[in-house]
Design a protein around this ligand. Structure first.
Ligand SMILES: [Ca+2]
Ligand SMILES: [Ca+2]
Ligand SMILES: [Ca+2]
Ligand SMILES: [Ca+2]
Length: 228
């Protein structure tokens, strides 16, 4: 459309818009190669070699995907191992605190989901004779395991032999919630790994039982009988 225009105007158009550059190529007798041509020629050269590059690229992508899935899996395994070890350490720490409480008071401490900082037996005497705590610096009322559920202290006849037992519960419910919370579920393989560190590795036997297989545990929970 600008074929009849002076060359000076066409050059201006070429520099500003690719559309006009094409028209300029057909109609103009100026020898200078428009910028648009430079660009297209370059792309054509790349496109010719792209067959090999694409296959190579796909192979590289496949290898990277494979490697990253392997790395991701091993990172996950390492993270789970660390969480399992940390949770077992928390249980041992709480067990020691419970032992000290029992030695001093001759009572078993309780602190389940309705437990607060004010009622936490490891932090407050609350009239219990012989109490000489605190037995755990931040208590147990807000203690969470690595999946976010409450680590609680319970007292009930876990093994159904007619006498009360002290238990540590790795709950699937967050501190201060109720049994319907379920936000802190522990994966079954992690439950078994915790059981293996603290007990016999079997969720249905020994002093640690879980995932609904004993000691009145719910799914995704572990109940550990610590006393007597
Ligand atoms: Ca019992
Ligand atoms: Ca629960
Ligand atoms: Ca629950
Ligand atoms: Ca067990």
């Amino acid at each position: 459309m600008k074929s009849g225009a002076p060359h000076g105007l066409l050059i201006e158009g070429d520099r500003e818009r690719g559309e006009e550059a094409l028209e300029y190529q057909v109609t103009s007798s100026i020898e200078r190669v428009p910028r648009g041509e430079d660009w297209r020629g370059c792309m054509k050269k790349k496109a010719r070699g792209a067959g090999f590059t694409l296959i190579e690229l796909l192979v590289v992508i496949a290898i990277v995907a494979l490697l990253s899935s392997v790395v991701f899996a091993s990172v996950n395994t390492a993270r789970q191992k660390a969480r399992v070890a940390q949770t077992a350490a928390q249980v041992r720490e709480l067990y020691k605190a419970t032992q000290m409480y029992l030695n001093d008071t001759n009572h078993l401490p309780r602190c389940r989901l309705d437990c607060t900082q004010a009622t936490d037996p490891l932090l407050n005497a609350n009239g219990v004779v012989g109490w000489s705590g605190p037995y755990l610096s931040s208590g147990v009322w807000n203690m969470k395991h690595q999946w976010g559920g409450h680590i609680g202290l319970g007292v009930f006849d876990a093994d159904e032999d007619g006498t009360e037992d002290a238990v540590i519960v790795l709950d699937d419910d967050a501190p201060g919630t109720n049994s319907a919370d379920n936000s802190g579920a522990i994966p079954v393989d992690a439950l078994a790994a915790i059981d293996a560190l603290l007990d016999d590795g079997n969720l249905a036997t020994g002093n640690a039982r879980g995932n609904g297989q004993g000691f009145f545990s719910a799914a995704d929970e572990l109940v550990i009988k610590i006393l007597p």
